[in-house]
Design a protein around this ligand. Sequence first.
Ligand code: AMP
Length: 213
Amino acid sequence: MRLILLGPPGSGKGTQANLLQDKFNIPKISTGDILRAAVKDNTDLGKQAKRFMEQGELVPDEIVIGLIKERIVAPDCEAGYILDGFPRTILQAEKLEETLAAMDQEIDSVVDLEVDPEELLVRLIGRSTCKNCGAMFHQTSHPPKVAGVCDECGGELYQRPDDNEETIVKRLEVYNKETAPLKDFYREQGKLKSVQGCGGMGDIFSKLCDLVT
Ligand code: AMP
């Protein structure tokens, strides 16, 4: 199963992708996670990406396209994968299609997680993530049992540097301008499905699973 999760920052793509990877035993590929790891390790890629990420801008297409091309040919992707945060521009989507076509493959489904814009800001500002396992929490809607500590693995929780109000507003603008047009791109191919991203994460997950299986 080759799946794309679309949706604005804060719509729950990462959370749902984590659940999907466990259920279907296929990897979640998050370009945001790959780039954050590169920034943390101060690699060449990280040095190139850092300033764009800090400002809520997109990292240049050729960089992320290169990353994805390398990642989807890894052996663990043979049975499929969940793309979280890629593609984010029409060019990225076109290059992904080209790459897959050359391997005689295609994307099976694209799921758009729909959430009201006002709620996105609240979600992102209160969000924290486990440094160790990537589990996500929210200070009001899904607080950890012990502040700052992951319920799943005991790892340390942190707030992403780009989850501040100014950068969030920028990321939402960029989403509307660059990424939202992908909905029409995939709708025209008959691949777009939508799920209401509000409500309990278990309910959203079961609706999502019904759509993709
Ligand atoms: P995310 O974790 O998906 O919210 O991504 C965090 C940041 O990484 C974004 O705000 C961008 O700066 C960068 N990024 C992640 N994925 C992409 C992509 N497909 N294209 C361009 N930039 C990306």
